[in-house]
Design a protein. Structure first.
Length: 361
């Protein structure tokens, strides 16, 4: 679970009421905040050359990090801001290459690779989401030290974006950045996940997921994994078994790691992106094919969006992100499904426009 800051928060609020901002920061254990950025450009990140940052490949690192793919990567140019991305369940750096190439070259992008995923598939999975977040923080800490108080790029802007389960990692990392380094992003972009105090599955859904063979769960929630589980020779393939185990573990972590409502409040803007095609099956008035009706029925039972909805998240769960910041929280609808939304041109344009407004040369 996340840190318990209840006592420190109470003391900090008392100090703030007395008008003592410095004492409030000390009560929270927070580092001193940096001075305002004076403008200018940043050098491109080269993270995989450093063992501490290798799990955070940047735009300039991707050719080397994903060497077998022979990538055509857009070069970073006149970097005004650094963007750090946290993929969702079952995801990896490789699937974000198109995102990186669509983002303009003045945004330097780095993507966190979790253990057991992608290029780190031979490493053991993290036991908790907090373990993933701690490692991600250490990688960002090495990069963002220059942005902190007294750093060579003190106050330089950065932003955080995440998809699905990655939003939970993002929130933990953002908390650590504020508490331990005095840093906050200029904006955070939660992509297609409800607010962090809301579980994704019902009790029945979580029960089905935790079965040794969660066939019914995956039949509804991820038919691709369901088909892998039905393969007669699945036990003979280490890759197939690892893929199934990865999805089971990731989705359990999604449910098991929740922040209590009001646990921590950020001060930066939140731009929440909602994939509207998740709700298409709910709105359909046509009779569905038998297989599609079966998927819909299962998802209505296992997801927490309501008994009449097969979507992973309810509309209200996206609006609930507003409780997590003192700044503006906007929910943006994108005509995409849960997987495609992270690469959708509307998502890229939205992110670009927001970050353009937050930077200066």
């Amino acid at each position: 679970m996340a840190f318990d800051f209840d006592d420190m928060e109470a003391e900090a609020q008392a100090r703030l009421a007395e008008g003592d901002d410095v004492a409030a920061r000390q009560a929270l254990g927070a580092a001193e905040t940096p001075d305002e950025w004076r403008g200018g450009t940043l050098p491109p990140m080269r993270n995989i050359l450093d063992p501490k940052k290798r799990a955070l490949p940047s735009r300039q690192d991707l050719r080397k990090y994903l060497e077998p793919l022979r990538l055509d990567i857009v070069e970073t140019f006149n970097t005004r801001l650094r963007l750090f991305v946290f993929p969702g369940a079952g995801d990896s750096v490789a699937s974000w290459v198109q995102f990186v190439n669509q983002v303009p070259s003045w945004i330097d992008v780095a993507i966190f690779e979790r253990t057991g995923h992608g290029q780190r598939s031979l490493e053991p999975f993290a036991e908790t989401l907090v373990e993933d977040a701690e490692e991600a923080f250490r990688a960002l800490e090495a990069v963002l030290a220059a942005h902190a108080k007294g750093g060579s790029f003190e106050g330089a802007p950065f932003a955080l974006a995440a998809h699905s389960m990655g939003c939970q990692v993002m929130m933990e990392v953002a908390l650590r950045l504020k508490q331990r380094m005095g840093l906050q992003p200029v904006a955070m972009f939660p992509i297609d996940r409800g607010a962090p105090h809301i579980p994704i599955y019902t009790e029945e859904g979580y029960r089905l997921l935790c079965l040794d063979e969660p066939l019914e769960f995956f039949e509804g929630f991820n038919p691709t994994v369901y088909r892998l589980m039905l393969k007669p020779n699945r036990n003979e393939s280490k890759d197939t078994q690892r893929m199934i185990e990865m999805w089971k573990r990731d989705l359990r972590l999604c449910q098991e790691h929740l922040w209590p409502e009001g646990h921590f409040i950020f001060n930066c803007e939140l731009h929440v992106i909602k994939a509207m095609r998740n709700f298409a099956i709910d709105a359909s008035k046509k009779a569905l094919p038998e297989e599609a009706e079966r998927v819909r029925e299962i998802n209505c039972r296992i997801t927490n969006s309501g008994p009449a909805s097969a979507a992973p998240w309810s509309h209200e769960s996206f609006d609930a992100w507003a409780q997590w910041t003192t700044s503006k929280c906007s929910v943006h609808s994108v005509d995409a499904d849960h997987i495609g939304v992270k690469l959708h041109p509307t998502t890229i344009q939205l992110l670009t426009d927001v970050l353009d407004s937050k930077t200066m040369l």
